[in-house]
Design a protein around this ligand. Structure first.
Ligand code: NAD
Length: 378
């Protein structure tokens, strides 16, 4: 197949869907890589490296899209600034797309895919199974986001994270509260702990308590039966308003002592639970920070705004957007590996038609044969 890798065009996006060292892997399996000139530059991967690895450099987005049998992207297709045309419209009829698709909100893309009989796969919909760990780009990117969120907080906070005992006096460690201990939350916990902060975390799933404690930090206790917090598969349930009221009360009791809150609470496909209200922000110390990673799903904190620092009284709140793009070299490397493993699963050598009876292929396919085929969207 001819695999086309265009330059990402969304504002602030620095990642690239394929790094030079992966080109040979595709060629070994009989595929050709076409890459738009400059596609890897923002992540410090140079055209010369792609060329040396055996990729074909293509001058423009229009030329790239018109030749690709399958397009690899990071961000969902949008209006291409060089052509003024939607990137999905630049793709040939009956071609293929693999990348993030923001499928719950970007119905503009699925509409074009359906009309043009494009087979679209959304990285967001790869089922979270043990055997999909090496394809799971939501997780690899969330882990980087958790790490970066803590570094942003440490940089912005007017005091230190670690304990410092000096002749001039003792500096006590910062207190960090992590809400939600899934992929990004666990990485945030580990990072804040490594920086020497005193860390506490909360997640309604009882199984998480052990993981949190194994990182050497405290787990905030709420007395709740597991049946109220988890599905039978061990995933978080969407919580009732009554649960959230009790949870906010528990969080509120911790807020006066906390310097930083990192919010990562989310139930897939739902609006993020509102965990911090304005009354709760009033309880926080002057200079305290809230970093809200769930802002794209509506935010865990009142006043969070996507991509902005908002000042509320003496507390600063960041609605953190696309943190992996601040670590583009490593983020692109992890994403490229996820994509390779996913691509080979859908299109093993010699197979040009996806097998929709397979759980992973079916679960992640959004459009096929002129129809929306995903159960999340029907
Ligand atoms: P995840 O599903 O692995 O973790 C979410 C956790 O939230 C789960 O452990 C779940 O049990 C917990 N949770 C659910 N309801 C809760 C509640 N009421 N209180 C406390 N915890 C609750 O998700 P993830 O991959 O870690 O992503 C978390 C959030 O971060 C999502 O909103 C995601 O979109 C966002 N994210 C942001 C960036 C960025 O750069 N801004 C990058 C990646 C992910």
């Amino acid at each position: 197949m001819i695999i086309g890798v265009p330059k990402e065009t969304q504002k602030g996006e620095t990642r690239v869907a394929l790094i030079p060292s992966m080109v040979g892997q595709y060629k070994k399996e009989g595929h050709e890589i076409y890459i738009e000139k400059g596609a890897g530059l923002a992540a410090q991967f140079f055209d010369m490296q792609y060329e040396q690895a055996g990729a074909t450099l293509v001058n423009s987005a229009r030329e790239l899209y018109s030749q690709a049998e399958v397009v690899f992207k990071v961000q969902p297709p949008g209006i291409n600034p060089a052509t003024g045309v939607h990137e999905a419209e630049l793709m040939p009829e009956s071609s293929n797309y693999i990348g993030f698709l923001s499928p719950f909100t970007r119905r503009d893309i699925t509409g074009i895919f359906v009309r043009k009989h494009i087979t679209g796969f959304a990285m967001e919909f790869i089922p979270r199974l043990t055997r999909t760990q090496n394809m799971d780009a939501l997780s690899s990117m969330a882990s980087l986001a958790g790490y970066k969120a803590v570094l942003i907080a440490a940089d912005r906070l007017k005091s230190l994270f670690p304990l410092l005992i000096t002749a001039a006096g003792t500096i006590y460690p910062a207190k960090v509260l992590i809400l939600g201990a899934g992929v990004s939350g666990l990485q945030a916990i580990a990072t804040a702990h490594r920086l020497g902060a005193r860390v506490e975390a909360f997640d309604p799933r009882s199984a998480v308590e052990e993981q949190v404690k194994s990182l050497g930090v405290s787990f905030v206790k709420m007395d709740l039966p597991a049946s109220e917090t988890e599905t039978t598969g061990g995933y978080a349930r969407e919580q009732s308003e009554d649960f959230l009221l009790r949870e906010r009360k528990t969080i509120a009791a911790h807020l006066p002592k906390v310097n930083v809150v990192i919010c990562t609470a989310q139930v897939f496909g739902k609006t993020a639970p509102r965990l911090i209200t304005s009354e709760m922000l009033d309880l926080m110390q002057p200079g305290a920070l809230v970093i809200d990673l769930a802002v794209e799903q509506g935010g865990n904190c009142e006043f969070s705004e996507a991509g902005k620092w908002v000042e509320y009284k003496n507390v600063s709140i960041l609605g953190a957007l696309n943190l992996p793009a601040l670590l583009p070299a490593d983020a692109s490397q992890l994403y490229s590996h996820n994509l390779f493993n996913f691509f080979r699963h859908i299109y093993p050598v010699g197979k040009l038609v996806p097998d929709l009876s397979d759980e992973i292929t079916r679960g992640s396919c959004v459009t096929y044969n002129g129809k929306v085929v995903n159960e999340w969207l029907n």
